[in-house]
Design a binder for this molecule. Structure first.
Ligand code: NAD
Ligand code: IPM
Ligand code: MN
Length: 347
């Protein structure tokens, strides 16, 4: 069976880390006898420059016809302030694919605590999963934008909250059995709806899962103070965006953090959580691990190749244990040499 991957390198370091992920995918395809077919499409700023649209219809159709979509990153100063934004293409793609649940794992392996900016005792045993709602909230509400007044609407329906909460509770059952739902229910109406909907689902179907509510400002603190206390962290779109960048640094660098965005079918969107990193683009020093681990998540969640995903994750862990790495984690590797070190450990 040939698996079809829509491949969107995007902007800045996007093409650099995507190329690294593709090399690793090719290596694992070889050892695990997988047939992967990549169709590459223009996306983001690159697509604005060439086609006048961050999500050209050919790209959208190609993604909808694929078994999985892999994305590097989009955006950059070149397109900031323009009428068309690369980021809008990303939001439209997430919506078109119906990927409402964004999984962003953070863990610190035993022996790798020194990469964390936290004290060793706080970095020990960190292993949690942020489940971020991805197709609702303030990202998709009505906006008005004037010189003196602007407005961004935040809207959630009970159904939007329940379906992503279900993903979080189900994930917890396969992990440590705990969910912390994050909101700002002391101020926001959407957060009170969020809290009620998650409570109701927990009561009705998931009473075996240990469950708590945490206000988002307190969660920003607890992620630093006691990150090992958490298992699954469920939250809305904007809070999840912010908390996941914070979380990524606990393991050493945002360059290490992968993500999977899933909906009701098998087809998902897989991208590192970092952006186009314009400050380091073109220097060959971007950390490829976030992209490589996103490729592993793609194999596991969309391409029915869990063993190949394990092989990639083990190879990444092995290379880190050997002290390999790019400068963001204190290493001396380039993107290419770090990628090769990982490829060499694929079994
Ligand atoms: P960023 O994530 O691109 O960079 C933040 C910092 O992290 C920078 O110092 C950067 O050098 C570093 N960094 C990021 N990825 C790295 C990697 N792989 N290896 C080593 N260091 C890495 O965030 P930003 O600078 O706020 O945003 C830049 C652009 O990217 C903006 O246009 C933004 O809209 C866009 N963006 C896109 C995505 C996406 O495509 N999913 C995500 C976030 C930001
Ligand atoms: C991310 C990014 C995007 C988001 C931007 C580029 C639209 O920051 O994937 O985390 O906010 O979702
Ligand atoms: Mn983000």
């Amino acid at each position: 069976m040939t698996r079809k991957i829509a491949f969107l390198p995007g902007d800045g370091v996007g093409p650099e880390v995507s190329a690294a992920a593709r090399r690793v995918l090719d290596a694992v395809a070889e050892t695990h006898s997988l047939s992967l077919k990549y169709n590459e499409y223009l996306f983001g700023g690159a697509a604005i420059d060439t086609a006048g649209d961050p999500l050209p219809s050919e790209t959208k159709t190609g993604c909808l016809e694929a078994d999985a979509v892999f994305l590097g990153a989009v955006g950059g100063p070149k397109w900031d302030g323009g009428a068309l934004r690369p980021e809008k293409g990303l939001l439209d793609l997430r919506k078109a694919l119906g990927v409402y649940a964004n999984l962003r794992p953070t863990s610190i392996a035993a022996g790798m605590e020194h990469l964390s900016p936290l004290k060793i005792e706080r970095a020990k045993d960190v292993d949690f999963l942020i489940v971020r709602e991805l197709t609702g909230g303030m990202y998709f509400g009505d906006r008005t934008e004037g010189n003196d007044t602007a407005r961004d609407e935040c809207l959630y329906t009970r159904e939007e909250v329940s379906r992503v909460a279900r993903i979080a509770f189900e994930a917890a059952r396969k992990r440590k059995g705990k969910v912390a739902s994050v909101d700002k229910a002391n101020v926001l109406a959407t957060s009170r709806l969020w809290r009620n909907a998650v409570n109701d689902l927990h009561q009705a179907e998931f009473q075996d899962v240990e469950f708590s509510h945490v206000l988002v400002d307190a969660m920003a603190m607890k992620l630093i103070q006691a990150p090992a206390d958490f298992d699954v962290i469920l939250t809305e779109n904007l809070f999840g965006d912010i908390l996941s960048d914070e979380a990524s640094v606990l393991s050493g660098s945002i360059g290490l953090a992968p993500s999977a965005s899933l909906g009701d079918g098998a087809r998902g969107l897989f991208e590192p959580i970092h952006g186009s990193a314009p400050d380091i683009a073109g220097h060959g020093k971007a950390n490829p691990v976030g992209a490589i681990l996103s490729a592993a998540m793609m194999l596991r969640y969309s391409l029915d190749a869990g063993e190949a995903a394990d092989a990639i994750e083990n190879a990444v862990a092995g290379a880190l244990e050997q002290g390999r790495g790019t400068s963001d984690i204190g290493g001396e590797d380039t993107t290419a040499s770090f990628t090769e070190a990982i490829m060499a450990l694929i079994e």
